[in-house]
Design a protein around this ligand. Sequence first.
Ligand code: TRP
Length: 373
Amino acid sequence: MTTTAVTTTAVTTEPVHAEAAAATDPATAGATGPGSTADLERRIAEDPAAFRVLTGDRPTGPLHLGHYFGSLLNRVRLQDLGVDVIVLIPDYQVITDRDTADRLGEYTDGLLLDYLALGLDPARSTVFCHSAVPALNQLMLPFLSLVSVAELNRNPTVKDEIAHSRQSTVSGLMLTYPVHQAADILACKGNVVPVGRDQAPHLEVTRTIARRFNERYGRVFPEPDIMLSAAPLLLGTDGTKMSKSRANSIPLSATADETARLVKGATTDADRHITYDPDARPNVSSLVLLASLCLDRDPYEVAAEIGGGGAAALKRTVTDAVNGHLAPFRARRAEYAKDLAYVRSVLRAGNERANALAEATLDEVREAMGAFR
Ligand code: TRP
């Protein structure tokens, strides 16, 4: 089976407009200075083998085009640079904001198929899931002792998730979610975490825990760097952020016909002439952007070409662009889907490696804390 990666040209990290954000975002501290994502990219290019990426996708639905341009292509790029890429399927964390973990097996199979079809190579990269790595989960206990309830209560991303939760009460797991995420990253000693801006407060918790542990017990953990995605946000077909669980996304695994139907149903606006103007025309511009990302072309040019053709022509362009771009990916995905035994063996091997890493880390933690062994 082929593991050739699709083109990664659409992905770069940290754009020029990072300056504006840097002033308010302590996680990025300057667009090009020490600690910035641009600086991180330079260090990775110099010595890729010194870096281990830890990232993940909750198994709550199929991956979509927002993930693809926002994070998936970047993982393959890092793998191909020679970075050790570890992808976590955080199955335990699914019950953070819902009562039951529905269709966990199905969604996990789907994630594995997507990763393999994208070109994530099991010989170089690792995929594992929470529930298979007990030592990772044991780090929760010492880590919880290193953060205060006030700090947990202040986390803006947790607050936001609580506000949008479908649950009537806030669980302890919800409040301590960033601590569990720290266990994910630090159990594997990941030192680079590529995530969206909303995850920056969580990464600060990880860095705080690593620093406090090292200060109190001696150095065990790296203080991981955040790698912010520069990919522009794609809107869902309803005009809100494209999301796995909102039924407004175009899944990577959709068929060409399903894609056409989803694009057809996308919200546009009353102005017949198509332009690219993300501020004034977010819905139309997001569709133009999607086409231009798939075609690897300038969005202004794509919009100008459609011009008076209106929303119908725009949607035809988007559908053809998405289906054309994803055709090789979807063909590879269908091949892997014929061999689920192989696909699941990739996860088993990944779980084994993650267990070895997490057990070694837990041993160091016990040793540093002077525990009985
Ligand atoms: N919190 C991440 C999200 O919701 C998923 C995640 C869990 C993760 N553990 C992680 C990401 C560790 C990076 C590193 O998208």
